[in-house]
Design a protein around this ligand. Structure first.
Ligand code: CP
Ligand code: NVA
Length: 306
């Protein structure tokens, strides 16, 4: 792989992504005993300044199953940027661990850590980006449909970190992306311009007038929370603003029968998605969550053993 850090999917070339998907596929289908020694003696430092279940557990399990070890570092433990500078933290951690993951608020914290650390840095979610999620999601879509050719992904809801990472990765991989959001909650202009600039093949990016428009003629309906971590004070206003953007049976009735339903989780059942949809036969949410671990194993193997 030709990158030291994964701060955003933009850091990855198409050949990096193909390699990640191919190693993920091998690791997922192979007997664990074939890989148990891949990362023996390697240590991952995991900085978490926000809550996490999937990301924390999947990275820790990935390291352990590949023979390495992961250390969980909360804000209370290291308080990066406050207790000491990001520069000092990055340099010292780089003397102890072989790779760092960081979940934080401002994306510039991830970028500074990546610049200062001599070991690889993986973004485990910032307000801007969630690259491991998008990689697991596109890998899941490829598994479900057997190809990414002629695939369209429709995102309903907030133009947030998850939507942005998906839009970037879809565009890079030639997958069309449609998005419907309430006014004021769209993707920013810079993101849209990058999405259009990096588009491969016939990937089309479309802003739809309504959720109904977005779910017509699509292969995937994707949604995420209306209120991301750090926006809790806006929750009530957002609940009102997003009320017509719920993924429910009425909305999915406008889609093809074989559409798959995706959500990065955690889901707020009864808000952005209803029980009948997330628990329905088209839901792929637990497959996506499982694939986070397989993708992360591949990222760690590629970043730490090449
Ligand atoms: N999807 C995801 O990143 O989940 P967590 O916040 O639980 O890690
Ligand atoms: N957009 C959500 C994703 C959680 C995995 C957040 O940032 O809180």
């Amino acid at each position: 792989m030709n990158t030291k850090n994964i701060t955003s999917v933009i850091d990855l070339s198409n050949s990096d992504i193909n390699e990640i998907f191919s190693v993920t596929h091998q690791l997922k289908k192979s007997d664990l005993t074939n890989n148990i020694n891949s990362l023996t003696g390697k240590i991952l430092g995991m900085i978490f300044e926000k809550s996490s279940m999937r990301t924390r557990v999947s990275f820790e399990v990935a390291m352990t199953q590949l023979g390495g070890h992961a250390i969980y570092l909360t804000k209370q433990d290291i308080d990066l940027g406050k207790r000491e500078s990001i520069k000092d933290g990055a340099n010292v951690l780089s003397r102890y661990v072989d790779c760092i993951t960081i979940r934080t608020y401002a994306h510039k914290t991830v970028l500074e850590l990546a610049k200062e650390a001599s070991v690889p840095v993986i973004n485990a979610l910032s307000d801007y980006s969630h690259p491991c999620q998008a990689l697991a999601d596109l890998f899941t879509i490829k598994e479900k449909f057997g190809t990414l050719d002629n695939i369209t992904v429709s995102f309903i809801g907030d133009g947030n970190n998850v939507a942005r990472s998906l839009a970037f990765l879809c565009s890079k991989l030639g997958v069309s992306f449609k998005i419907a959001f309430p006014e004021k909650y769209g993707l920013d202009k810079e993101t849209i311009s990058i999405v259009n600039d990096i588009a491969e093949n016939d990937a089309k990016f479309t802003i739809c007038k309504s959720p109904e428009d977005a779910v017509k003629d699509t292969n995937v309906i994707y949604t995420d929370t209306w209120t991301s971590m750090g926006q809790e004070s806006e929750a009530e206003v957002r609940r009102a603003d997003f009320k017509d953007y719920q993924v429910n049976n009425k909305l999915t009735s406008f889609a093809d029968k074989d559409v798959i339903i995706m959500h990065c989780l955690p889901a707020h059942r009864g808000e952005e998605i209803t029980d009948e949809v997330i628990d329905g036969p088209n839901s792929a949410v637990y497959d996506q969550a499982e694939n986070r671990m397989h993708i992360e194993k591949a990222l760690l193997k590629l970043l730490l053993t090449q």
